[in-house]
Write a protein of this length. Structure first.
Length: 143
């Protein structure tokens, strides 16, 4: 492996390893079902503790990009491009230190609409009866 994590970066080594494999998978350089290096071997190659690699693989499993079977190792998930019973969002992308910005246009529009008294917010479940005509609602969905 030509790539090595950078110990001088603020980002933890395990997260650098996880991001490296995440990008290889997303770019198609690792195909569905393809095995990732064994934990011990990768730790030796990168010059890190095995627990660092274990943490990186755990993060990849949590995002659904890889799956592990005891005795078979860790492989790129075969279900990530189709409908899977278990989809786990990559919450890291929503943290303040990453790409989530509360001022994005869509977020701003949602926030302003949620405080507008002229808008009906069905998500809150507190729609006033004068705005909600049950019979009209039923007839629009039930033939």
């Amino acid at each position: 492996m030509n790539w090595k994590p950078d110990a001088s970066m603020k980002e933890p080594i395990f997260r650098q390893i996880a991001k490296h494999f995440e990008s290889l998978i997303i770019e198609g350089k690792l195909a569905p079902g393809e095995p990732l290096p064994a934990e011990r071997k990768l730790a030796e190659e990168l010059g890190v503790n095995r627990s660092t690699v274990v943490s990186a693989y755990a993060e990849l499993r949590a995002t659904g990009l890889v799956q592990s079977v005891q005795g078979s190792g860790t492989r790129v998930s075969e279900h990530m491009w189709d409908v899977s019973a278990r989809k786990v969002p990559n919450w890291r992308q929503y943290t303040l230190e990453a790409s989530f910005r509360p001022t994005l246009p869509l977020i701003s529009k949602l926030r302003s609409a949620s405080t507008d008294p002229t808008k009906i917010n069905l998500a809150r479940g507190n729609c006033q009866k004068i705005y909600f005509h049950v019979e009209k609602f039923k007839s629009s969905f039930i033939g």
